[in-house]
Design a protein around this ligand. Structure first.
Ligand code: FEO
Length: 395
């Protein structure tokens, strides 16, 4: 399995996590991988490690190419445990290896695994490490995905190893973009960006501009999750530029939950109003759709309309989960609308609007709030609300 070569002397030695379905709340319906790369030159370098559960398999993969005592350097691009939790085991076995990380990476390693990691040597943007014929160059990339994150660039082979950036949660027996279905690959890359990197959009734009300015040629983008981009690395780089710029389609999403069908009827009438203006719409009912998939749909939508019944004077609990997740991701440049139904006191719509405004979202008001079951007149109001939303996002 480890005999997977990116370029001569550069091998994938990661593991495939076929059956993970919940990655700290992100629903990973196609599993994931934890990618690690072994670079064999006069000196041997290991780029990142894997989740602790897979330590034995990881060690076997490295052992197919070298014994662990021969590793000279372990590069820690990112300390989140999916990439570092096997490091304490590997560091003991690779007893001649120096460990390199960013300063924040070193601090985080000590906080995660103890003072044994005081020996970590730190690197910063522009620092280089000679391996023989090959050179590693480091580029700090704070918040892509954590403050400690950095990219490692293999100069002579033109391989960028950006850890979380450009990854996908996608388990496969294939390792490269020219070996898998392109639609599935881009679907998972989009989902990954939407659920993990959305809050850091401005930093992504700046980091890609910085790389372009540095003029470093890139033959291969080798992330730490999923498939390696070698056929056309510019495809994923351009996709990131589009997503981070907030490029969206003429598309609206209606997200709702319902208790006795009133909010469902309203959602359908609003969707009809949106469609009547020639705008694409998708209706997503919570408890039938995962938050993971809904925020993926939101990424390239221009409007999001959210509906909830009132339960005990508050929004329905599934809406609480959805809005907590979505406001945390801070998708920019969308128009938001809110609607709901209630029996006596109400409260759901008011709470949702407050939450959205607090997150800085642009909210189209007035919202639509209906008592008990919507009648013809109420449904007309919903239809009109849908039309107004559509008109707001039309070019
Ligand atoms: Fe794949 Fe931020 O860890």
């Amino acid at each position: 399995m480890a005999n997977i070569t990116l370029k001569e002397g550069v091998n994938w030695v990661g593991v495939v996590d076929w059956n993970i379905r919940d990655f700290h709340g992100y629903i990973t319906s196609r599993g994931s991988t934890y990618n690690s790369y072994l670079i064999s030159d006069e000196k041997i370098a290991l780029i990142d490690t894997v989740k602790r559960t897979f330590s034995d398999e990881f060690i076997e993969h490295i052992f197919e190419l070298t014994s662990l005592e021969k590793i000279d350097y372990i590069i820690v691009n990112h300390v989140e445990m999916d990439h570092s939790s096997s490091l304490p085991t590997i560091a003991k076995l690779a007893k001649n290896a120096k460990i390199l990380a960013s300063q924040r990476g070193k601090d985080a390693l000590i906080k995660h695994y103890g003072t044994d990691f005081n020996v970590v040597e730190t690197v910063k943007t522009g620092d280089e490490l000679k391996l023989g014929k090959r050179t590693l160059r480091f580029l700090e990339a704070p918040m892509l995905h954590w403050p400690d994150s950095m990219f490692t660039y293999l100069v002579e082979d033109k391989i960028l190893m950006p850890n979380d950036a450009f990854g996908q949660h996608f388990a496969s027996s294939q390792r490269f973009d020219d070996e898998v279905d392109e639609c599935e690959l881009m679907e998972e890359a989009k989902k990954y960006y939407a659920n993990i990197l959305t809050p850091f959009a401005p930093l992504i734009t700046r980091k890609i501009q910085e790389i372009v300015k540095m003029g470093i040629p890139i033959d291969i983008v080798a992330p730490s999750h999923g498939i390696i981009w070698r056929k056309d690395p510019s495809k994923i780089i351009n996709a990131y530029l589009n997503w981070s710029a907030g490029t969206a389609k003429q598309k609206a999403i209606v997200v709702f939950d319902t208790m006795w069908g009133s909010t469902d009827k309203m959602a359908r009438a609003i969707a009809d109003g949106i469609t009547s203006e020639g705008i694409e719409v998708k209706l997503l009912k919570l408890r039938a759709a995962e938050n993971t998939d809904i925020v993926t749909e939101i990424l390239d939508a221009k409007a999001v309309v959210v509906g909830s019944p009132t339960l005990n004077n508050q929004m329905f609990p599934t809406l609480g989960s959805f809005l907590t997740y979505t406001t945390g991701l801070k998708p920019k440049g969308k128009v938001w609308g809110f609607f709901g139904s209630y029996g006596w006191g109400g409260g759901a719509v008011k709470d949702m609007v407050e939450m959205a405004k607090k997150a800085g979202f642009e909210v189209l008001e007035p919202s639509v709030d209906v008592k008990y079951v919507p009648d013809k007149e109420d449904l007309k109001k919903c239809f009109d609300f849908g039309q107004k939303i559509a008109q707001k996002i039309k070019p």
